[in-house]
Design a protein around this ligand. Sequence first.
Ligand SMILES: *[C@@H]1O[C@H](CO)[C@@H](O)[C@H](O)[C@H]1NC(C)=O
Ligand SMILES: *[C@@H]1O[C@H](CO)[C@@H](O)[C@H](O)[C@H]1NC(C)=O
Ligand SMILES: *[C@@H]1O[C@H](CO)[C@@H](O)[C@H](O)[C@H]1NC(C)=O
Ligand SMILES: *[C@@H]1O[C@H](CO)[C@@H](O)[C@H](O)[C@H]1NC(C)=O
Ligand SMILES: *[C@@H]1O[C@H](CO)[C@@H](O)[C@H](O)[C@H]1NC(C)=O
Ligand SMILES: *[C@@H]1O[C@H](CO)[C@@H](O)[C@H](O)[C@H]1NC(C)=O
Ligand SMILES: *[C@@H]1O[C@H](CO)[C@@H](O)[C@H](O)[C@H]1NC(C)=O
Ligand SMILES: *[C@@H]1O[C@H](CO)[C@@H](O)[C@H](O)[C@H]1NC(C)=O
Ligand SMILES: *[C@@H]1O[C@H](CO)[C@@H](O)[C@H](O)[C@H]1NC(C)=O
Length: 600
Amino acid sequence: MKYSSVWTAFALAASVVAVPSRRTDFRIKESVAIPRRWVKRDSAPRDLHINLRFALPQSNFPLLEQLLYEVSDPSHESYGAHLSQAEVNELIAPHPESVRQVKAWLASYGLREEDMSCSPAEDWIKVKVPIGLAEEMLDTEYHMWDHPEGDSFVLATAYSLPEYLHEHVELVQPTTLFSRLRSMKTTLHFAPSGASSAAVANAPPIAVPSASNGQVDASCNSTITISCIRQLYNAANYTPLADTGNQIAVTGYMEQFASFSDLQTFFAEQVPSAVNSSFQVVSINGGQNDQSMLGSGEANLDTQFAFGLAHPIPPTFYSTGGSPPFIPDELTVNNTNEPYLEWVEFVLQHPNPPTTISTSYGDDEQSVPTSYATRVCSLFAQLGARGVTLIFSSGDSGVGDGNPDPATQECFANDGTNQTRFLPAFPASCPYVTAVGGTVQIPEVAVNFSGGGFSNIFSQPAYQSQQVENFLKTLPNGTYAGLFNASGRAYPDVSAQAVNFSIVFEGEPAGVSGTSCASPTFAGLVALLNDARLRNGMPSLGFLNPMLYALNGAGFNDITSGNNPGCGTPGFNATVGWDPVTGLGTPSFGKLKDLIGITD
Ligand SMILES: *[C@@H]1O[C@H](CO)[C@@H](O)[C@H](O)[C@H]1NC(C)=O
Ligand SMILES: *[C@@H]1O[C@H](CO)[C@@H](O)[C@H](O)[C@H]1NC(C)=O
Ligand SMILES: *[C@@H]1O[C@H](CO)[C@@H](O)[C@H](O)[C@H]1NC(C)=O
Ligand SMILES: *[C@@H]1O[C@H](CO)[C@@H](O)[C@H](O)[C@H]1NC(C)=O
Ligand SMILES: *[C@@H]1O[C@H](CO)[C@@H](O)[C@H](O)[C@H]1NC(C)=O
Ligand SMILES: *[C@@H]1O[C@H](CO)[C@@H](O)[C@H](O)[C@H]1NC(C)=O
Ligand SMILES: *[C@@H]1O[C@H](CO)[C@@H](O)[C@H](O)[C@H]1NC(C)=O
Ligand SMILES: *[C@@H]1O[C@H](CO)[C@@H](O)[C@H](O)[C@H]1NC(C)=O
Ligand SMILES: *[C@@H]1O[C@H](CO)[C@@H](O)[C@H](O)[C@H]1NC(C)=O
């Protein structure tokens, strides 16, 4: 059955079927502390429908993870031997007994086989049910929950399952996901034109030994263009091909739409060879790309820089619906706050997904239930195993919370204790993605908002343990004790420029800053590296991190100055080697191309 199939309306008889009372053997499957600032409103209307997803345990995930690391490790004989969709599906398939038990349990509520929608590997089963029935099935109560910044979700703080089902179900959503997706774009401003830029235009280039031709235009110290990135990251004269099978994509959420006409204006100004070329829009879960709607600085930034750098590699913009703000229709709650899941499941079903995908959205890790974060991260691992590089912004709040305003940052643990803690970001904290932090100026220094730190959910992967240990040794004993988890997955992995990117927005030149700038920039350069691989008959790079850390700084400009304040502290320092502000540093495309085996 096709998982992404549109739901057919059916009159659900289940709500009137007498369900035997089983509550006695129910046990709580998951409960979450109510995150700060969320306010409980009315009970959710019992006749509203909800799409319940059941995640079944992927019995062979450890093997998938092992294979992911092998095909991503340049020193392993399997390097580049990515898995097929069928191979991945086989590895993640749940035990048939789990599928049988869950389906039989659903059937006991009057749900028929045709009411259940399964992923190809049957590791997800989805049913559309009235909330009243969902409450019965999960022995819980759904309420409307509001966040003061405008979000409103139908959520529960805990749910239960019959004891015997616990081993067959990993999680059920939407239930406990008090998460608020955010775009990692701190600021958008309209660039002043005039005198200062004329003065800068006449200034001599800045000498940067690692740059293309050893220098970068003086204007790049204050305003970043495609040309600046190509000079600074040593990719000035590289022209990729359109027809190697390579593809680059950026994701869009939260009704952020990418403008075709702004892209043309941007190309005319910054990438003349790309004028008249466009991008494919793929709609997921009702996502749109409405050209009459304004206010999509994020999507414009992502498409203009990723596609501008990678032209003519075929570009795709994924527009995923189902993010806030939400208006439940008369029948269905569409407002599940789980857009990554919609997106990643959709892309996993593509037989040949794009080789490089950039995402500039994220949320505080602590607002994502561990079961959910783990599951979404495991889906990212599946894409990595298939040879897809996933790039995420590291966040715009230094070591602090997702709130970019330092004055109102609230670095409190979500567990009801109100303890002060640094707040890592998800998905950047997932060990199977590459997280990109930010730099500013030339010579480059860490930008102070660059998100970085240590996961409280994911343990530290072996590929980075040496570099992280070296960094921790630079911290005076006891530094930030209790504020961060030194045994967690540490990020960012790499960084790139993140301030004053020159984009076109609503027909006008605009400047934009944030690690949202760094992610599409790094992705654009990875697409060029993949071009070099593919045209030489080599497989795509896929999951990058094992290779990046194995290079141990080679191919990167180490950033050793700056820090990322937050939570009332100065944050971490950028240091020699890896650090949780700028990772391994910013890329040198020319050097990396040689290091990954292309010596033309
Ligand atoms: C770049 O700008 C920074 C901040 O304005 C300044 O300190 C630095 O000297 C500039 N770099 C060069 C090479 O002019
Ligand atoms: C950003 O660009 C504007 C105009 O180009 C300039 O006035 C400003 O100084 C720049 N900011 C930084 C941090 O370089
Ligand atoms: C772009 O298309 C327009 C209209 O078809 C055409 O006039 C123009 O020459 C094209 N420009 C380039 C650079 O191909
Ligand atoms: C809910 O989703 C369905 C199917 O994707 C769509 O047809 C409907 O318009 C959506 N409702 C709202 C209010 O977005
Ligand atoms: C945590 O802070 C909130 C809001 O300031 C307050 O209502 C609550 O009582 C505090 N909880 C504890 C355990 O201190
Ligand atoms: C970061 O740097 C900017 C510009 O230099 C400054 O205005 C801002 O206050 C700094 N933020 C923090 C948290 O220090
Ligand atoms: C620290 O991280 C580990 C995973 O590496 C996790 O199991 C543990 O719960 C975390 N500790 C805290 C206090 O969050
Ligand atoms: C830090 O503490 C460890 C163990 O407590 C000790 O071995 C080490 O010498 C200390 N380092 C410094 C720089 O004080
Ligand atoms: C960062 O560097 C400054 C200056 O060297 C030092 O005083 C401070 O202790 C360092 N902070 C951390 C967290 O390492």
